[in-house]
Design a protein around this ligand. Structure first.
Ligand code: PA5
Length: 438
């Protein structure tokens, strides 16, 4: 399989629900929007820095991240990454998907909520262990990570003293603005910059994602390489060779037909956090001005025993995108139910017909059966398949989804790069908390 073949989209099960001419029209629109993005034009054009990150991020800052990762591997048992939304979801997604490839200190994520039992548990969990903090916030003022940072900073200063604690704290933030920037300069924390022209949910290929992944021992250069190959592929004009255009065109055509909920379904347990990253990327980019496809997710086969009922029989306004991973662990096979090694199968659980078959094979049949049933039940669907889970593939998936949502959001007529709606709850919360000036 060549580098550019690492992701495949099957749109066969969209066609019965949408006219072929509609797809062709949408493909034309996708090409026009992509040209607009390339020329750095249109709504939100100040936030298109992510388009070039697969090549731009491969500079001296990357070596500094790798040096810090090596240092953390020597002096820390655990690294707490503090951030919320776009400032942690990408790193968590890659870490989970690539969990079999990680090494180095344990990575924990904090600052992702305001729930006291979970945060107290995490503070207890790091007791007596050598710790580093990576605090990530572009604005430098977001409440959840700022509150968690205060608690962990307090713990670090008590344990190591102010100066030594500062050597163990790294901040990823804006070059010049925000409370985290000024505190970092005052305390002498090592810092990495989030470029001005890259928004939170498009920042996984900046130090926001790359630093935690480097600390986890992952090959961030390979990840950028995968993204760079996808960047080239998504620049092509042919709809059937350009996955970002095909995905955006199919989604837009389905939306016009009244399908306004998209369920990203997976049969691979380790991609759950990637589905969460996708939900943020698509939800925050498209859901505005009373428009947009609502992004939901299912983890199969688990959710076939819960939401599967709705997917099969509920309101017919949803479509499904299966995110499939080939490969797996083919040596995990169903063993004999035998009283003695090598004996006859007693078949007490009725599974003798599966003896010798791999779990991957059974999982694939579960997928095929589900896709057939959902198609018959009136759920249009796409299948995105990748050959394996490694750094290159994850890098290519990140870039593919980013490019697709940028095109899809613009096709919808919204600015995919702002998030005015998230301010409303903050304003009310700060008023209730008595924040000065709120
Ligand atoms: O995508 C976004 O812009 C948001 O999800 C942000 O990433 C999130 O709100 C965190 O913001 P910040 O990095 O400024 O703390």
């Amino acid at each position: 399989m060549s580098q550019n073949d690492c992701l495949h989209i099957d749109s066969t099960n969209v066609m019965p629900f949408v006219d072929r001419e509609r797809i062709d029209e949408k493909a034309e629109l996708a090409r026009a929007v992509a040209r607009q993005l390339e020329r750095r034009e249109g709504p939100g054009s100040d936030f298109l820095g992510w388009l070039d990150l697969p090549v731009a991020a491969n500079g001296p800052e990357l070596s500094r991240m790798e040096d810090l990762a090596e240092q953390a591997g020597q002096d820390s048992d655990v690294v707490v990454v503090i951030g919320i939304g776009g400032s942690y979801l990408g790193a968590e997604a890659a870490l989970s998907a690539l969990c079999d490839l990680t090494s180095g200190p344990e990575i924990l994520f904090a600052g992702t909520h305001l729930s006291s039992p979970a945060l107290s548990r995490m503070l207890r969990r790091v007791e007596g262990r050598d710790i580093r903090l990576v605090v990530i916030s572009k604005s430098g003022t977001t409440l959840e990570p700022a509150a968690a940072f205060r608690l962990f900073r307090d713990l670090m200063v008590r344990r190591y003293g102010r100066e030594n604690a500062a050597r163990r704290i790294t901040a990823v933030t804006d070059a010049s603005r925000g409370a985290l920037r000024s505190m970092s300069d005052e305390e002498g924390y090592e810092t990495f910059v989030i470029p001005d022209d890259v928004g939170g949910r498009f920042s996984v290929l900046t130090p926001v994602g790359l630093l935690p992944l480097a600390i986890a021992g992952l090959d961030v250069r390979a990840l950028l390489g995968g993204a760079a190959a996808m960047r080239e592929r998504c620049a092509g004009a042919d709809l059937w060779e350009n996955p970002a255009h095909l995905y955006a065109a199919a989604r837009s055509a389905l939306y016009d037909e009244g399908y306004w909920v998209e369920v990203l379904s997976s049969f691979h347990a380790d991609v759950g956090p990637l589905q969460e990253w996708w939900k943020q990327l698509f939800g925050e980019s498209e859901g505005k001005e009373e428009r947009g496809i609502f992004p939901a997710s299912c983890r199969f086969t688990t959710d076939l025993h819960s939401l599967g009922q709705y997917l099969q029989d509920g309101r017919r306004e949803l479509f499904e995108t299966f995110l499939m991973v080939d490969g797996g662990q083919p040596d995990l096979v169903v063993p004999l139910d035998a009283a003695e090694p090598g004996g006859v199968d007693l078949d007490r659980d009725g599974l003798a017909y599966l003896v010798g078959r791999s779990l991957d094979d059974i999982n694939t049949k579960a997928f095929e059966g589900t896709r057939n049933a959902h198609t018959d039940g009136g759920v249009p669907n796409l299948t995105i398949t990748v050959p394996t889970l490694d750094e290159r593939v994850i890098g290519s998936l990140f870039y593919f989804f980013e490019k697709a949502v940028a095109i899809s959001g613009r096709m919808l007529g919204v600015n995919p790069f702002d998030q005015p709606g998230v301010e409303a709850y903050k304003k009310e919360m700060f008023r209730l908390l008595g924040k000065p000036g709120a």
